[in-house]
Design a protein around this ligand. Sequence first.
Ligand code: HEC
Ligand code: HEC
Length: 574
Amino acid sequence: MDISSAPQRDTNANSSRTPHARARQGLAAALLAFSAAASALAGDGVVLQPKAGDPLNGLTASELNLFWQGRTDYVTPFSMPMGLGPIMNKSNCQSCHSNPVGGWGSIKVTHFGMDDKGEFYPLTELGGSLLQSLAVNDSCREFVPEEATVVIQRVTNSSMAFGLIEAIPDEAIAANEDPKDLDGDGVSGRVHWVLPLESSPKSPLRAGRFGWKAQVATVLSFSADATRNELGVTNALIQTENAPNGDMALLDACDSVADPEDHADESGFTFIERVTHFQRYLAEPPQTPRSGMSGEAVFVAVGCAKCHVPQWTTSNLKGFESAIRGKTIRPYSDFLLHDMGLLGDGVQEGDANELEMRTPTLWNLRTRDPMLHDGSAAGGSFESRVTAAILAHGPFGEGANSAAAFAALPSSQKAQLVAFLDSLGRVEFDFTGDGSVDIFDLEVLADCRTAGAVSPDDHCAIGDFDQNGSVNTADAEAFVAAFVRDGGAKPGDCDNDGVNDLVAVFLGAPDTNRDGIPDDCGGCLGDLTGDGAVNAADLAALLSAWGSSTGDLTGDGTVNAADLAALLSAWGSC
Ligand code: HEC
Ligand code: HEC
């Protein structure tokens, strides 16, 4: 059992919402200051692609406030007096959706049911299909019943940018359906039509798009569902508790908090509304370079794009926030159900049958481990994981043709395809691939200045911000914005020549101590972030470059213990 998710007692039972409210105030204030600094930078004329987990570009101040407040609720554990349990899987959302907060995770949940002549039967009366593996006390713990003949696991998934995906019109999703495969390409796909929990029973059905089975159409519905089913917190949309293995007597014995347990806070928002704000305002993950890699043409040629549809435009309806309305996004999914043969999870859910799965989005793929609904493509290198995931699309079902076409590719084209997939989730200027932009990336960027023409397939394309085919001063200026966003100090101009220090280093001024200030101006060894002191930020930067050749302070060609010693002996202000 994961200790961080163990049920927690709240001694202050009278003010049940206090922990969330208090955490929200402190955290949100700090984060607001942080994001104000970040958006001041965008005022410099550079609009960076947000990093995964960041808020959307273009939110208003009050929307941004809702994002950070909702994020705090998303990460703050519920306690038992607040309504956690009696049976649950974790005590907060982030415990599973951790990479980044709101995103994917490696934690799996268990579903059980019975196989009745090829049909899945969810054993609802015995607590199925989702198992809650934790309980507020041992006597009411749920277990997989003996009757279960189907027991499967599902990995924590995420589409990110939930507000943008929610705003894709139903008709647009339905336009890709081809249930009878009239074009004969082996790929059909169909919409999973569902009724949102917040809609009245007579409302029209909506095109499902969230979950491994596209079983949910709106973020609010998923939030209400997860709040009750993963945390055991009843709410305005699902007002009754799960009974442990369906046993009402056990439920009565273990459940002491009156339903619904989710109440409006001091500002009038419930928990499910708060976490909905956060998820709706999450940005789409970056793609670097943004377009033009030859591997994307291979992706289209072998049929991946038939299901992993690259591009969508969100609805233009006035009801949507301007940061969400009419936006072009590249999630690489059609949000349809497909018969995936052996990749089907054997569970029938809503209208989705045992073999059908929804095409997952591929943005941010480079950070995903494990991949596939059961997490079976796991570990190893990105290339080995992705290759395993692709080959698992065959030999039966709608993915079979493209799995076979991939297997038949010459290795050079396989490599192109993998390189393209590796661009999904890469942060602009992050040559070293550690998820943040620092002084070591400037070193590579500077080398790229003299590299000549840069095509989207070249490593230098990661720094060709304006995609004009070469890495030049305009790109270096955009680099500065990314460097500062990720915690580096805003560069000065030490020799007053009108060129800021980072750009000067980019243009060739020697910076042997890697403090982002040309050596001519002095500076200090180990101040990798250029903030005038050798501190924890520099230590983090050094550790993130460990073992690589870029960023070596001692000149022996690798970042190792000698560099660590040099940094520690320079600790303090310069
Ligand atoms: C125990 C782990 C766990 C916890 C805790 C958890 N989730 Fe999830 N989440 C999952 C899994 C697994 C899935 C995939 C569900 C499926 O399709 O069957 C998922 C899917 C989702 C999705 C759909 C993602 C997509 O785009 O398809 C949303 C939205 C979501 N969760 C929101 C939440 C919220 C909000 C909370 C907190 C109230 C939460 N989750 C808590 C494991 C968890
Ligand atoms: C018939 C539709 C279809 C086609 C064609 C298709 N995919 Fe998929 N893809 C899916 C579905 C559905 C899943 C989820 C399967 C599962 O986990 O059960 C998936 C999963 C994946 C995953 C794992 C993603 C994750 O988050 O776990 C990757 C990577 C992937 N596909 C890449 C590709 C590539 C590359 C191609 C082309 C060679 C391709 N797919 C062709 C439908 C398709």
